[in-house]
Design a protein around this ligand. Structure first.
Ligand code: PTJ
Length: 258
């Protein structure tokens, strides 16, 4: 029996997962999603989404590949250049990276908005409370006084002074219909999704094919490093990014392993 055989499904606190376990990141994400479901912030379907993501992450080598790092730097530049940037939070995002999303919002001046695929008042409020527990001050998405055009009622609900009027929006782990509908509103759309073939990264201006637990802290690090950059420097980063190449590089890594 190896020392790791003791890491079972009944880990109560994430500190109990040994950091040197060969599948540490996977165990940590699974644990956070499970706790998110227990707390009422993550939908049960979030576990299925996590399983799909985990399979792609395994094939990517569970690391941030160079094209994903470039996408993360470009995303940071877009958020810093934006007039009204918004970071969208669903039940998986809240469970996996709550304080990291708050840190990214602080580093870029973006607003945080809870926006759910399976929307209920209880989950919206539980997620907003959870983000406040992790340092968020203002959390949007509760009013839901505007609608994304061409989407069914529940999934279309957003805040007028949040996603509806945002010029740049980060939508991690997003459903394809909504990613397309946001793109049709002419927003600059940044998507984090481990599956490069999924519709959301396919329609994004900046597709980030990386695990959200690595992508968000890396975006924050880039944003902090670029804090004093002028608009021309940020625009040069944006102009130098090739979305098609980023998607192709990720697919190549997944299919061929290099
Ligand atoms: O909280 P809600 O109600 O808004 O629901 C959220 C989920 C994620 C359940 C909902 O949006 C959904 O069903 O999403 P999909 O259609 O399963 O898409 C999720 C995408 O995220 C898939 O393409 C996964 O590969 C990807 N994904 C899953 N986990 C991660 C990930 N991408 C990056 N990092 C992850 N940890």
């Amino acid at each position: 029996m190896s020392e790791y055989d003791t890491v079972g499904a009944d880990v109560e606190h994430e500190e109990e997962i040994p950091e040197d376990h060969p599948r540490y990141q996977d165990l940590l994400t699974r644990h956070r999603i499970e706790k998110g479901v227990e707390k009422g912030i993550t939908h049960l379907q979030g576990m299925h989404a996590e399983g799909r993501g985990s399979a792609f992450d395994y094939l990517l080598g569970e690391e941030t590949i160079p094209s994903a790092d470039a996408a993360e730097r470009t995303a940071a530049a877009h958020l810093l250049l934006a007039d009204r940037p918004v970071l969208s939070i669903n039940g998986n995002v809240a469970a996996l990276v709550p304080s990291e999303m708050v840190a990214l919002a602080d580093a870029t001046g973006a607003k945080l908005e809870v926006n759910l695929f399976n929307r209920t008042r209880e989950r919206i409020e539980a997620i907003a409370d959870y983000l406040r527990d992790h340092g968020a001050e203002d959390v949007k998405g509760i009013e839901a006084d505007a609608r994304i055009p061409n989407l069914d009622h529940q999934r279309a609900k957003v805040d007028e002074d949040g996603i509806y009027t945002a010029d740049v929006v980060l939508v991690p782990l997003e459903d394809g219909d909504r990613a397309e509908a946001l793109e049709a509103m002419d927003k600059t759309e940044i998507v984090i999704d481990l599956n490069p073939l999924s519709r959301s990264p396919q329609v994004a201006d900046v597709p980030i094919v990386d695990n959200i637990i690595r992508a968000v802290p890396n975006m924050t690090a880039h944003a902090r490093e670029l804090a004093d950059a002028d608009a021309a420097e940020l625009q040069a980063i944006v102009d130098g990014f090739d979305r098609e190449q980023a998607l192709a590089n990720a697919e190549e890594r997944i299919r061929d392993g290099f």
